[in-house]
Design a protein. Structure first.
Lengths: 323, 338
C-alpha cells in the first residue's frame, strides 16, 4: 500500500464526524473521501453549514467535546493518522505535518505576546530549532517569504492590520514546513485588495515550496485563484470532485451548476440565478440524494442515495444523472 | 460642482464632512478622524447607486451620517427639497419616516425578543398608524413583497427561528413598512451565502423599481454592483474619487485605485490560478493624518511627484459624466461635457 501511494500525500476514506446535540445526532461530515497528491492544491467549496469547516477540524483532530462519531481512514504519506493516540497526533502530526491557517486570523494570535515569540513557540516545542536564535532565523525566513518586514517580529498583534495578521498566520503555518496546509476561509475577512495580495502570496508560496494546500471557502470566484482541483460539499457529503480547469467552466452536479450560476461576475454578462429552498437539516438528513428537494433535474431514482460515480473523463460526481 | 444637483433630486449632499474628534488629554485637542471628508452628490428619485470601497474608507460613516446617526461636521444634506442637516427632533422624525435602513448583520439588527409581527408593527405604531387592521394589512403586504411566505408561519416566529436569508428579508420588510422614498443598504448581502445573495439583491432591485425608491447600496464587492445599480461611487480615504455609470466604470475605470479594485476581483475562471494579480501593496491611509494631496498617491503606480502629493485633485471628466479625481486626466475637461 505504501508503495502504491508514493505520490499520494493524503488519502481520506469514509471520514465521519458526527456531533451530539440536544436535538439528536448532527451528521456534519458524512463518509467523505479525498485524494490529494503532493504539491497540489484542492479547494473545497460549499455554503455555510455544509460541513466544510468540520472537515478541516476532523483532519486536524481539533474536536469539540460533543462527539457522537469520529471514524474513517486518513492516510497522510502512507500512515493512518486516525490510529494515532491523541498525544502522538499532537507530537507528530498537528502543526508539524499538517499546518493550519484559521478563519479570521486576527483573532487567533495571542494579543499579549509578541508575534516573534508566538512563531518561535512551535519551533522550540517540536524541536525544529534548538536555540532561540535558530528559531528567530527561521521566523525571519518565513516572514520574508510572506512579504512581511522582519521587524514586525517584535510587535504585538494589535499593531498590525488585518491583512498583515493574516500573513503572520500563514507564516506561522509555513515555518514548520508541513506537508499539507489547511486554509479555512483565509481571506474572507479581508478587503478586496488585501485579499488579492494574500492570494498572490499563496500562489508564490505554492510555487516556492513543495507543500499541498486544502483551501476551504464559500467564495467560489476567489477559490479559482488557487485551485488545481475543486471539490463541492453539500449537506455533509462530497458531491463533486473535479480538476479546476473543467469545474469552473462546466460543473457536473446540479448543485454545483446552480451554485456557479449564482456567482456574480464582473466582466461577463450573465443572468444570475439563485437556488430556491434551503439545505436540509443535518440532524435528520433526507434519505436518498440530499439535494433532491431543490434539484430541477429530480427523477424517481433520486429517492435512493447516489454513490460517488466516476465519470469517463476522470471526475467524480454524486448524482444519478451520471450513473 | 453642483451643476448636476437638479431641482427634482431626492437627495442632495453638498460638501459633507464627518469628523470624529479625538480627545486624549482632557481638553487638549489631538486631532480628528476624517471619516467622510468633502463628499457631494445627488440622487434622483428612483435611482439606485452603489458606494464601493474597502473597510475604513468611510462608506459606513457616510451611511450613518445620511441616517442622522452621526451629526455631520460640515455640509448640507437636502432631502426632498428640505434641508435636514440641522437634525432637530421634529425634522429627524419626519426624515426617518421617509427612509429605510437595511443593516449588514440581520441577526444583530433584529430584536431577539420580538416576534416578526411585533418587529414590523413597531414603526407603524410610532408613526401614528392607529388602526390595528390597517397595520396588519401593511405587515401582510410587506411580507409578501419580500417573499417571506407563508405569512402565517412567519408572523409569530422570533428572529432566531429564521434562516439568515429569511432574517435579511425581514429586515428589508421592516425598512419598507413605512413606504420610504429612500433605502440605505449597508452591505446587505455580505453575511449571506452565495445562493441566497442573488435572491436578496433581486428582491431589493424589484422593490426599488416597483415603488420608485432611491437606493444607496454600500458594498465592498464590486461584482454584485452591476446587477443592482445604475451608478457606482468609489470611495477611498473618506473621499469620492470616481463616479460614473456602472457600464462606464467597469469597462473604462479611470482612477488607478478603481483599476486596482477591478483587477483584484476574481471571476470564477481556472485561468486565474496561472497568473498573479497586479495590485498595489500597502494599506489604505490613516484617516487621522491622511496623506496630503491625493490620498492614494503613496500606493499609486502612476504617482507624479510634485503634482499628486501637493494638491487635492478636483474632478476631471475623461468621458461624459464620468467623474475622476485624478491628475492623470488634468488635460481633460474640468466641467462635465454632459
Amino acid at each position: 500500500m505504501n508503495v502504491a501511494s508514493t505520490d499520494r500525500l493524503l488519502e481520506v476514506r469514509g471520514l465521519r464526524l458526527f456531533y451530539r446535540t440536544s436535538n439528536g445526532v448532527l451528521q456534519a461530515v458524512d463518509e467523505v473521501d479525498l485524494d490529494l497528491p503532493r504539491n497540489r492544491s484542492v479547494v473545497i467549496v460549499g455554503e455555510s453549514g455544509c460541513g466544510k469547516s468540520s472537515l478541516s477540524r476532523a483532519l486536524l483532530r481539533l474536536l469539540p467535546r460533543n462527539i457522537a462519531a469520529f471514524d474513517g481512514e486518513v492516510l497522510l504519506g502512507g500512515t493512518d493518522i486516525m490510529k494515532l493516540s491523541d498525544e502522538r497526533f499532537r507530537k507528530e502530526v498537528r502543526w508539524i505535518r499538517l499546518g493550519f491557517v484559521p478563519q479570521a486570523a486576527m483573532n487567533t494570535l495571542n494579543p499579549v505576546i509578541k508575534i516573534g515569540e508566538q512563531i518561535h513557540e512551535p519551533l522550540l516545542l517540536h524541536r525544529r530549532a534548538r536555540t532561540k536564535a535558530e528559531a528567530d532565523a527561521k521566523a525571519r525566513e518565513a516572514f520574508q517569504m510572506v512579504g512581511l518586514p522582519t521587524d514586525f517580529l517584535d510587535r504585538y498583534p494589535f499593531e498590525l492590520s488585518g491583512g498583515m495578521r493574516q500573513r503572520v498566520a500563514i507564516a506561522m503555518a509555513l515555518v514548520m514546513e508541513p506537508d499539507l496546509i489547511l486554509l479555512d476561509e483565509p481571506t474572507s475577512a479581508l478587503d478586496v485588495l488585501t485579499q488579492a495580495n494574500v492570494m498572490n502570496l499563496l500562489k508564490r508560496v505554492k510555487a516556492a515550496v513543495k507543500t499541498s494546500f486544502i483551501l476551504i471557502t464559500h467564495d467560489i470566484a476567489t477559490s479559482s485563484e488557487l485551485a488545481d482541483d475543486a471539490a463541492v460539499m453539500y449537506a455533509g457529503q462530497m458531491v463533486e470532485w473535479s480538476d479546476a480547469g473543467r469545474f469552473y467552466l462546466e460543473p457536473l452536479h446540479p448543485y454545483s451548476k446552480m451554485l456557479m450560476a449564482s456567482v456574480p461576475t464582473l466582466r461577463e454578462d450573465k443572468e444570475l440565478a439563485f437556488i430556491p429552498g434551503q439545505p436540509p437539516s443535518l440532524i435528520n438528513p433526507p434519505t436518498g440524494c440530499r439535494f433532491k428537494d431543490r434539484c430541477p433535474a429530480r427523477f424517481a431514482k433520486c429517492d435512493e442515495a447516489p454513490p460517488m460515480f466516476d465519470t469517463a473523463d476522470g471526475r467524480k460526481v454524486r448524482c444519478w444523472l451520471h450513473e | 460642482m453642483n451643476e448636476e444637483s437638479a431641482k427634482g433630486a431626492l437627495l442632495d449632499v453638498r460638501g459633507l464632512r464627518t469628523h470624529f474628534e479625538l480627545r486624549r488629554f482632557g481638553f487638549l485637542r489631538v486631532g480628528s478622524v476624517k471619516a467622510v471628508d468633502g463628499i457631494s452628490f445627488s440622487l434622483a428619485q428612483g435611482e439606485a447607486v452603489a458606494v464601493v470601497g474597502e473597510s475604513g474608507c468611510g462608506k459606513s460613516t457616510l451611511v450613518k451620517t445620511l441616517l442622522g446617526i452621526h451629526p455631520p461636521t460640515e455640509g448640507e444634506i437636502i432631502f426632498n427639497g428640505r434641508d435636514i442637516s440641522s437634525f432637530d427632533a421634529a425634522t429627524l422624525k419626519w426624515y426617518r419616516s421617509q427612509i429605510g435602513y437595511v443593516q449588514q448583520d440581520p441577526y444583530g439588527a433584529l430584536p431577539p425578543f420580538m416576534p416578526a409581527h411585533r418587529i414590523l408593527e413597531e414603526p407603524l405604531i410610532i408613526n401614528g398608524v392607529k388602526d390595528p387592521s390597517e397595520r396588519a394589512e401593511r405587515i401582510r403586504v410587506a411580507l409578501t413583497e419580500v417573499k417571506l411566505t407563508p405569512i402565517e408561519d412567519v408572523l409569530h416566529k422570533f428572529p432566531h427561528m429564521l434562516s439568515g436569508g429569511q432574517q435579511q428579508r425581514l429586515v428589508i420588510a421592516r425598512a419598507m413598512i413605512l413606504n420610504p422614498k429612500l433605502i440605505l443598504a449597508d452591505e446587505p448581502v455580505s453575511m449571506l451565502d452565495a445562493s441566497v445573495r442573488v435572491e436578496i439583491l433581486q428582491i431589493l432591485r424589484r422593490l426599488q423599481e416597483t415603488h420608485n425608491i432611491g437606493v444607496i447600496y454600500i458594498t465592498h464587492d464590486l461584482s454584485t454592483v452591476r446587477y443592482f445599480s445604475e451608478r457606482i461611487f468609489v470611495m477611498y480615504g473618506g473621499k469620492l474619487i470616481e463616479h460614473a455609470s456602472v457600464r462606464d466604470l467597469v469597462h473604462h475605470p479611470s482612477h488607478p485605485y478603481t483599476q486596482a479594485l477591478l483587477e483584484a476581483i476574481s471571476d470564477p475562471d481556472p485561468v486565474n490560478a496561472t497568473h498573479m494579480k497586479k495590485v498595489p501593496a500597502g494599506e489604505p491611509p490613516s484617516l487621522l493624518n491622511p496623506p496630503p494631496g491625493c490620498r492614494f498617491h503613496p500606493r499609486c503606480p502612476e504617482f507624479m511627484p510634485g503634482v499628486c502629493d501637493v494638491e487635492d485633485p478636483p474632478y476631471f471628466f475623461p468621458r461624459p459624466d464620468h467623474h475622476t479625481a485624478c491628475f492623470l486626466y488634468r488635460d481633460e475637461a474640468r466641467t462635465n461635457p454632459m
